[in-house]
Design a binder for this molecule. Sequence first.
Ligand code: PMP
Length: 434
Amino acid sequence: AGDMDGFVSLYASFENFYTRNIYNRLHDVFNRPICSAPGPVIKIMEREFSQSGWSYKFTGKVLDGIVNLGSYNYLGFAENSGVCAEASIKAIQQYGNGVCSSRCEVGNLDIHAELEEKMARYLDVDACVTFGMGFATNSMNIPCLVGKGCLILSDELNHASLVLGCRLSGANVTIFKHNDMKDLELKLRNAIVNGQPRGYRPWRKILIIVEGVYSMEGSIINLPEVLKLKKKYKAYVFLDEAHSIGALGATGRGVTEYFGIHPKEVDVMMGTFTKSFGAAGGYIAGTKSLVEHLRAKSHSACYATSMAPPVCRQILSSLEVISATEEGKRRIQKLASNCKMFRQGLKKLGFIVYGNDDSPVVPALIYSPCKVGAFSREMLSRGFGVVVVGFPATPIVEARVRFCISAALTEKNLQDALDAISSIGDILQIKYKK
Ligand code: PMP
């Protein structure tokens, strides 16, 4: 991406040594079109690359029966049949596919209100507001809560949507080391106490922003400590449960349930419907006044089209299964036992596995970014779809394969995957040996 007639091309400054031509260099990795529901077994379209690697065409050939270890389908609701899919089809028949308006105009459906009421009840908080997009739930709502003169303390591994929300808010942002409560306290003390006259507080509000489960690390936030610090330093807490709602806790209620903490202790409970619910969109739950404030002020409530009807219905039906049926309980337990089996299996084989043993996100180290493409390609040739990640999403020598475990995967799926991973681990020499 160089000069064009003396003008710098539009995207030139975004290319660097590591990312240059990344889509051409990594044409074997798992970024091909999927032509099925993102369930436990998927179909993938084959592509043929031109010699230069600059373009590709679809061959019409489909790789069938690929075991999916990459989608965030934690509870197995990414389905194209069954009660949830049938309910969504009925929703299309009643409402159509799109809403064509925002909540503030003519896009306020009865099922949106029903979902918000049920979600608030599920989380045992006073109120909830939903949005059509999970990413915008963070990036557009954080600026409604803090602004100039406020301080945000943000975990260094927070998701891009949270980072964007922090930037758009105009608040001062201080980053603390990932899940490091000592560093969080140090940064709080530095920002509030040190150098200030006694009793003087230099910030209008202080907001600590964390996630429940971290999507590249598989770690679980030390929520009890975060809440202790919140109280000690009179701050607020914003908790993103994208990867923990449905996936953590005995009844899937997320990281608060996991630690035995009532959700009301957290000021802003945020989550997405894109993972455990197999749908799309996000929510913020908390007090009535928080929710009323966001309904009126949030750009994503006022200026964006509200959640699509079949999506809303998918969330309502999966929520019903999760919260009120034996099938829901079975899925939550199956996810937990699958996570344990897979994590233990990887460790036994000699891989370095990051994160908490209860986390459905399972990152295993590949180390060198050069091995990322080969790992993914070898997995695909053995019938497994995986997500591999390297710099700049991870530190340069901490490239990894990031497995996402699902309740829909069978023990045989997981054991076969472990066998394949083991032989590839030998070929690429990425197993840890004592
Ligand atoms: N928060 C976190 C922690 C995420 O991982 C993601 C996306 N994976 C989002 C927010 C954005 O949500 P969505 O994909 O539903 O837009």
